[in-house]
Ligand binder design. Structure first.
Ligand code: ZN
Length: 392
């Protein structure tokens, strides 16, 4: 499996200038390639793949291996764009993708400046002790602790400048073996949501476990209020829409939320692994918007920021580290069926689901998880209607 190690770099002033120069060259090359390909695509519907003259022009500034990596990354982006277009034509686009767009420029949207990014091919760098050895005899010191130490193969290294923290970072992709293997062969059914991030039912167990998302939400709203206050101050005092402090708060809001989701997912997977689960069946997130329709505040949040992919991606990623397989199924309709008698005559009140045929009153997320189990043919008929609520 592929993972990423992140290092904070501490370049000297002179190295910092050289890094900046190379990164700017990379961004200019990317943007020029992109401009030409976009133009040919919009005019003729085909892409002009020949960019050799650009490669020749930039290879002496940023090095030929890096120029080649930039060109290759751009071609990959175009190829995946065409693959998505094909899917869209067939109507098979994954539900999380709403619009297919051709590859864009390396540019920061809020400041309009070029993104500072350098791509280093896997065979062009080495990490020795606390020094990162780059081409052209550039040796930069780094700090921190790599997360993945016993990797089997190193891949692309990306150096990027973070304008908010004013610091260079290096991201190394590595190939590693999964550290754990499943202990038994049970299955678990998971309902993903916003208020309850995960509701987990393990086959053969009577109680489901719900992992609450509320602490993350309240923190999110607290920071949103601070951002709005600062925005209005900035506008009043110097007519600006954003400042570095506002940008850093946006970043903080996102990172805090992600960190919370991460902790919850790790805890949930750890438990599933200990219980001997080897496969997780999860809904494919079409239900999340449905979930948010309950409150306007939640609805706007889901529209504006909730990354549908993030939770599922984290789940898949952490599960893979434990040797657990994740299967996704279409969960449309699973939230409006009674899992105990199969009746569709149900009423929803807040977090509760009430069945008019058999009279049971159940927690909505638990019902969702059980329904996923029912659709998948799992043994879930004896699960209780209310979960054990767990909060980080
Ligand atoms: Zn019922």
């Amino acid at each position: 499996m592929r993972r990423t190690n992140t290092f904070a770099l501490s370049p000297s002033l002179e190295q910092d200038e050289r890094l900046y120069e190379i990164a700017d060259g990379c961004a200019r090359l990317w943007n020029e390639i992109c401009y030409r390909r976009r133009q040919s695509f919009f005019n003729t519907g085909k892409v002009d793949w020949n960019t050799k003259d650009l490669y020749d022009r930039y290879k002496c500034i940023i090095g030929s291996a890096t120029a080649q990596q930039v060109e290759r990354k751009n071609s990959e982006a175009w190829r995946s764009f065409f693959a998505l277009l094909e899917l869209e034509k067939k109507g098979k686009l994954p539900p999380r993708i709403q619009r297919v767009r051709p590859p864009g420029y390396w540019k920061d949207r809020s400041t309009g400046k070029r993104k500072q990014l350098i791509l280093i091919r896997c065979d062009c760098y080495t990490i020795e002790g606390s020094t990162l050895k780059l081409p052209k005899k550039l040796e930069v010191n780094w700090r921190g602790k790599p997360k993945w130490n016993n990797w089997t193969r190193q891949g692309l290294l990306t150096l990027l400048y973070d304008p908010i923290r004013r610091r260079w970072y290096a991201r190394q992709t590595v190939e590693v073996d999964p550290p754990h293997q499943p202990l038994s062969n049970k299955r678990a059914f998971v309902d993903l949501g916003v208020l309850v991030l995960l509701d987990v039912v393990i086959e053969g167990e009577r109680r489901s476990v719900a992992y609450s998302g509320r602490p993350a939400l309240s923190n999110w709203w607290y920071l949103s209020r601070r951002i709005n206050r600062l925005k209005s101050i900035a506008k009043r005092t110097n007519g600006r829409k954003t400042t570095r402090l506002i940008r850093s708060l946006f970043r903080k809001r996102k990172l805090r939320f992600r960190q919370y989701v991460n902790t919850i997912v790790r805890r949930a997977i750890q438990r599933l692994w200990e219980k001997g689960v080897c496969e997780i069946v999860a809904g494919d997130l079409t239900g999340i918007r449905d979930d948010a329709r309950f409150s306007r505040k939640l609805d706007s949040m889901v529209h504006n920021f909730w990354s549908h992919r993030f939770l599922l991606e984290r789940l898949q990623c952490v599960a893979q580290e434990h040797g657990i397989k994740v299967t996704t199924i279409d969960e449309r309709g699973t939230s409006s069926v009674c899992p105990w008698c199969g009746s569709t005559s149900v009423t929803k009140m807040g977090r509760l689901l009430k069945c008019r045929s058999c009279g049971i009153e159940a927690h909505r997320d638990t019902a969702g998880a059980i329904n996923i189990g029912v659709v998948f043919g799992g043994r879930v008929n004896r699960v209780l209607a209310h979960p054990l609520e767990v909060t980080a």
